[in-house]
Structures are given as structure tokens and as C-alpha cells.
Ligand binder design. Structure first.
Ligand code: NAP
Length: 290
């Protein structure tokens, strides 16, 4: 049981975590802090948080656990704001989609208290944002990746593991570098492609005719282009190297496909599409729909 939880950034993920912990009776009091008062008031009205903090210092002063759930670009400012006022025993964690950048910011802002910072990332979400979209079962049966450092306090890690397990999530650990490399492929690359595809089409003169003729395939492929642009700008800037490496590899593969279509190479296309179909069928046979 967490006595006092503070969520900084009470949106889809922070709000869903608070809701899940409340439902599981794994938290006694939730304090929220963020950017706009109107969002925090809505969070209180919806019963997601009990109390709106008036400052970062007010938000963390009594907290047993602090969860950073803003876009990753805002996390350095939040960490710098709490560094000097954080109680010695408070555990801090985050839900950011990139890990090396957030951990570097935490290390520089928290000093000795960095040993109680446990970086994390729930592999769950939707293209929606904001506290109104927060739901208690968002993390149920989903994975949460923790990327503790070698010196991270073992009790702090246990506390964060227990917090996520209370939401119904499965917790796993890996290094921050591995996380950022793997997520660049599994999540960041598809988001960049979806945004680029829709943006390319909408800038064509005949985009109205194109969008009049879209079907389920286009909807499936581009759903994630409805995600929050600020969040995805921040992820791209924070995980630049790994994302560029994946985009370059994709670019090379796409060039091969373009050449195969140009030369009418049906064998190449059939091999590629068959391999991809089997891989996708296998992946989603064992995973729940996102
Ligand atoms: P969200 O619904 O937009 O919520 C973000 C919250 O952060 C909002 O309440 C916002 O406040 C607040 N915020 C934004 N900028 C701020 C700032 N400069 N200072 C203080 N508060 C600020 O976003 P989300 O989808 O929950 O994502 C939150 C984090 O989770 C991100 O780091 C993201 O990478 C990570 N994540 C997202 C997903 C996903 O699928 N969405 C999945 C896993 C992890 P206002 O409402 O006042 O603007």
C-alpha cells in the first residue's frame, strides 16, 4: 500500500495509474500536479486525485512515491524542481517512453537521491490523451519495463514493481540503452511512419479524393498518427540516435521494395509480404490487441 502518491502530469497515463491503484486499494491518497489548473481540477472532479498541489515543492513534500507522467521533454524541468525539496525516503519513478534521456536528467537533478529513482515505461496506451481518457484497466496484462541502474536502491525497485503489479501489469527489467533501441523499432518507428504518411497525403492537391476513399486498412495503419504531437516530438528528440538508425534501415528496405515494384519482381514482393504476414500473425497470436 502506498500511503501518499504524487502524480506529476495527470493525463492518460498518470491518471490511469492513479485510477488503477485506487481500484486495487493500493494507494491511500493521491496528489496531482501539472501545468494547467483546469486539468487538475478536472482530475479531482473525476475522482482521479484527492488533492491539487500548488507547486512542485507542495506536491512532493509528503509523498512516499512520486510518478513523473508528463511528456519526456518536460521531465528535466520537473526533476530540477523537485531535486532539493524531495524527502530523503521518497521513491521517484517515471512513465516516459524513452529511458536514457530521463535517467540522465534524473541523475543530474537528484544528486544522491538518484539512488531512489526507478525509471519505468508501461507498454500500454492509446492515441488519446488527457485525464478524461484515463481508465483503471489500461495496464492490466500489459508489460511495464523498468530500467534500474546498477546502484538503484533495491527497496525502491521493489516498491515500484509492487505498484505496477497492483495495476495488473507484468513487470520486466532491461538496460535503458536496450529499452531505447528496442522501443525505437517497436514503437517510435511506426509512429514516425504513420505521421509521415498522413502528412504526405494531406499535402497533396488531391487529398480530398484520397481521404474520401480510405478504408479499414488506412484507419488501422494510421490510428497512431492521432497521438499527441508534443509527446512524439519529445520522444523523437530524446531517442534521436536509435530512431534515425531504424529510419535509415527502413529507408533501405523501402528502396529495395520500390526497385522490386519498378522491375516487376513478383518473387521479391511475394517473399517479402509472406515473411511479413507470417511474422505479424505469429506476434499477434500471442499478444493482446493494443
Ligand atoms: P497526456 O495525456 O497528454 O498527459 C500529460 C500530462 O502532463 C498532462 O496532464 C499535462 O498537463 C502534463 N504536462 C504537459 N506538459 C507539462 C509541463 N511542462 N509541466 C507540467 N505538466 C505538464 O500524455 P500521456 O499519454 O499520459 O503521456 C505521459 C507520458 O507517458 C509521456 O512521457 C509518454 O511518453 C508516456 N507514455 C505514453 C503512452 C501513450 O500511449 N500515451 C504510453 C506509455 C508511456 P495539461 O493537461 O495541463 O497540459
Amino acid at each position: 500500500m502506498i500511503e501518499r502518491l504524487t502524480v506529476i502530469g495527470v493525463g492518460l497515463i498518470g491518471g490511469s495509474l492513479a485510477r488503477a491503484l485506487r481500484d486495487a486499494r493500493a494507494v491511500r491518497e493521491v496528489t496531482g500536479f501539472g501545468r494547467s489548473l483546469s486539468n487538475l481540477e478536472l482530475a479531482a472532479e473525476l475522482g482521479v486525485i484527492d488533492r491539487v498541489a500548488v507547486s512542485l515543492a507542495d506536491a512532493v513534500r509528503d509523498a512516499n512515491v512520486v510518478v513523473l507522467a508528463t511528456p519526456v521533454g518536460a521531465m528535466p524541468e520537473m526533476l530540477n524542481g523537485i531535486g532539493s525539496v524531495l524527502p530523503e525516503t521518497t521513491v521517484v519513478t517515471d512513465v516516459g517512453s524513452t529511458k536514457e534521456s530521463v535517467m540522465a536528467a534524473a541523475q543530474s537533478a537528484l544528486g544522491e537521491k538518484y539512488s531512489r529513482f526507478v525509471a519505468g515505461h508501461p507498454i500500454a496506451g492509446t492515441e488519446q490523451s488527457g485525464v478524461a481518457a484515463a481508465v483503471a484497466d489500461l495496464f492490466s496484462q500489459r508489460r511495464v519495463i523498468l530500467t534500474p541502474d546498477v546502484d538503484t536502491d533495491v527497496e525502491a525497485v521493489s516498491k515500484v514493481v509492487a505498484m505496477w503489479q497492483a495495476t495488473g501489469a507484468h513487470v520486466m527489467s532491461m538496460s535503458a540503452a536496450e529499452h531505447d533501441r528496442v522501443l525505437a523499432a517497436s514503437s517510435h518507428l511506426p509512429h514516425v511512419l504513420a505521421y509521415a504518411l498522413v502528412d504526405m497525403l494531406v499535402r497533396r492537391d488531391d487529398h480530398r479524393a484520397i481521404f474520401d476513399c480510405v478504408g479499414g486498412g488506412f484507419r488501422d495503419f494510421t490510428r497512431i498518427a492521432s497521438s499527441d504531437p508534443v509527446m512524439w516530438r519529445d520522444i523523437c528528440l530524446a531517442n534521436r540516435q536509435a530512431i534515425v538508425a531504424m529510419l535509415n534501415q527502413f529507408h533501405d528496405n523501402l528502396s529495395d521494395t520500390i526497385e522490386a515494384i519498378e522491375r516487376g519482381d513478383g518473387d521479391f514482393l511475394l517473399d517479402t509480404f509472406t515473411r511479413a504476414k507470417h511474422a505479424r500473425d505469429k506476434i499477434f497470436h500471442s499478444l493482446p490487441e493494443a
